[in-house]
Design a protein around this ligand. Sequence first.
Ligand SMILES: Cc1cc2nc3c(=O)[nH]c(=O)nc-3n(C[C@H](O)[C@H](O)[C@H](O)COP(=O)(O)OP(=O)(O)OC[C@H]3O[C@@H](n4cnc5c(N)ncnc54)[C@H](O)[C@@H]3O)c2cc1C
Length: 342
Amino acid sequence: MNIREDVSLATHSTMRLGGKARYLAEAGSDTELQEIVNWAKERQLKFIIIGQGSNIVWRDEGFDGLVIVNNIPGKEIVAEDETSATVILGGGENWDEAVAWAVSKDLSGIEFLSLIPGTVGAAPVQNIGAYGAELADTLKEVGVYDTQNDCFESILNESCKFSYRSSRFKSSDKGRYMITHVVLRLNKSRPAPPFYDALQAYLDEHGVTDFTPANIREAVIAIRSSKLPDWRTVANNGSFFTNPIISQSRFDELKSQHPDIKGWPAGKGKVKIAAGWLVENAGFKGVHDEDTGMATWEKQALVLVNEHARSTADLLAFRQKIIFKVDELFGVVLEQEPELLP
Ligand SMILES: Cc1cc2nc3c(=O)[nH]c(=O)nc-3n(C[C@H](O)[C@H](O)[C@H](O)COP(=O)(O)OP(=O)(O)OC[C@H]3O[C@@H](n4cnc5c(N)ncnc54)[C@H](O)[C@@H]3O)c2cc1C
């Protein structure tokens, strides 16, 4: 167990901002994770587990407790029959490398989630999704360390309370369970159309008719790379705001004033509107804000980019400019997607 003191958290967020952690430790196994948590409990310290920090914004004050980085490895096929394979992935594995591994075995189910940054262990937290697929589609169960009862257990898919970009790990049981591994059931059959519009359009345009997991992965990577910045070279947290859900009557009103506003049905009398459209039409596409050193990505205004911000306060000031303008113009209050910690 190696516990470091006063560690910069900027290197533990893909936005590369934030103060220091009082303590930080990496957990490379279930046993080590348990030991580290008990070390924090004995000292009555707050503790939190993180992966790659791709969905985290750290405040400038930092974290006055122990930050645990999940490094638990493992990629293994544990059972298979004629149609499917059951795989176990360690929570500390890089998600996209795990997808590449599954695709290399010609297994289907998660290729649509290619190139999503982060770790396997964080994937169930917000039920990661893209191109019409989400983790819950293939997840059988989640292995967790229950920090409340100091024990390891498995939670079946149907008990994870998965919904759109959420789960019990993000809501009712936030902070209680640390995900040590996930068990997925992947298919030996090929993914079948209909595919998500943008994906189908790419496949048509490139004459791809052989829908292997590898071909779908390649298409998803090409589409994502053309739209989103690479977090390894451009500091960002992906989509910075969630798509707001408003009433049908409010949407009709907005639509009469702005005929090109984008919206999708979101349950009875509700419409989900594109946050990207709101940010772009509030005049924030490809903006470089000299006051704060922040910018919005040229090809996707929903992605806020840290060009040379000095602190999280700069990021939050830029965020407020966008929220204020969108509210002023469209009467909609945007909500931040990445978690602001602590
Ligand atoms: C460029 C970019 C594109 C993105 N695109 C998408 C996308 O298409 N779809 C999508 O759904 N998301 C997307 N995201 C968001 C992000 O990739 C996911 O939320 C990812 O699962 C976060 O993984 P992480 O390891 O970085 O988690 P972190 O950011 O480190 O943590 C996120 C949250 O999960 C908790 N957590 C982390 N690990 C564990 C664990 N083992 N057990 C319990 N809780 C844990 C943390 O405490 C925190 O609350 C994108 C982000 C970026 C930067």
